[in-house]
Structures are given as structure tokens and as C-alpha cells.
Write a protein that binds this ligand. Structure first.
Ligand code: FES
Length: 175
């Protein structure tokens, strides 16, 4: 599970009544079944994109399972996340080849540019940042991925330009 990033505010859709109704529909359908908790949490993550604390509380109340138990399950399974995911996932390779060719410096430049740490999401929900261990392109190290795009031989100075490309894409989407 990803730790909640300090200062992350909850997106407005967490309070959306339509999403809550949809989640309750799933809960109503599964409430009597053993093992309902995981399925309900999966559905909640599908609906919200992550599992914010108010939703974990709601699931706990509706299934009559102690909050600590529900939150323990969320913590245990890595596919559950308690922080919102950005529109774009930035993954920096820190495998051996990328590391020795400056992967860590690239990571530092990205952390500085986005002003977040690994595992966190920017406040505007544009980017989430993670690290990986070899993306299979060692000959072109250091490598980063943004969503499904592979960027090769990345220099720290090029980080801003790469990320700006995705920022423009976001702006284009909403025009
Ligand atoms: S070590 Fe980075 S792609 Fe292989």
C-alpha cells in the first residue's frame, strides 16, 4: 500500500453521492457472503481510483467489520492504494544499469520538478511517482517510463521538458 502523502487533499469525487450509491449497491449484493470485504474494496477502488479514509470507514460500517480490520486488509494487499493516483504514472528505473548511468540523479530531478516523493501524487493529481527495477532497456539507460511511454538516455536537465509534454497533453484534453 502507498502511504498517505502529507498535505494531499481528497478529490471532490470522494463525496459524489452517485459513486456512494454505486458502492452501496455492491455492498448490498455481497454483504451476506463470506469474503465480501476484498470484493467490496476492489469495487471501491475501481469507482474512486483509490481507497480514501472516509470510504474505508463507510465499508467498515456497512459490513460491520472493525475499521482496524478493514484498514489492515487495505495495508496488506499492494494493489490497494490509499492515495489518489495521478493522471500520469512516472516510473524511474533504478536497476543496476540505470543506477550507474545516473538514474538516481534523474529521480532527484523528477522529485524536485514535481515536488513529491516516491509513492506520492502531485496535489493537482497530474502525476504519481514510483521507481522500478529494470524495464528491459538497459542498453539505453537511464530509462524512465511515463504511462506506457519509454524515455531513454534521460538526463536530469531533460526532465522538465519530458514532463511538460504530458502537462500539455492534460491541457489539450480539457480544451
Ligand atoms: S536497469 Fe534500467 S532498464 Fe534495465
Amino acid at each position: 500500500m502507498h502511504a498517505a502523502a502529507p498535505g494531499t487533499t481528497l478529490p471532490a469525487h470522494v463525496d459524489d453521492p452517485a459513486l456512494r450509491t454505486e458502492l452501496d449497491r455492491t455492498i448490498d449484493a455481497l454483504v451476506e457472503q463470506p469474503g465480501a470485504l476484498i470484493q467490496v474494496l476492489q469495487r471501491a477502488q475501481e469507482l474512486y481510483g483509490f481507497l480514501p479514509e472516509p470510504i474505508i470507514r463507510h465499508v467498515s460500517r456497512r459490513l460491520e467489520i472493525p475499521y482496524s480490520e478493514v484498514s489492515g486488509v487495505v495495508t496488506f494487499y499492494s494493489f490497494f492504494s490509499t492515495v489518489p493516483r495521478g493522471r500520469h504514472m512516472v516510473r524511474v528505473c533504478l536497476g543496476t544499469a540505470c543506477y550507474v548511468r545516473g538514474g538516481n540523479e534523474v529521480l532527484s530531478a523528477i522529485r524536485k520538478e514535481l515536488d513529491i516523493d516516491v509513492g506520492a501524487t502531485t496535489a493537482d493529481l497530474e502525476f504519481s511517482l514510483e521507481v522500478g527495477r529494470c524495464f528491459g532497456a538497459c542498453g539505453l539507460a537511464p530509462v524512465i517510463m511515463v504511462d506506457d511511454d519509454v524515455h531513454q538516455r534521460v538526463r536530469p536537465q531533460a526532465v522538465k521538458e519530458i514532463l511538460d509534454g504530458y502537462r500539455s497533453e492534460v491541457n489539450d484534453d480539457v480544451r
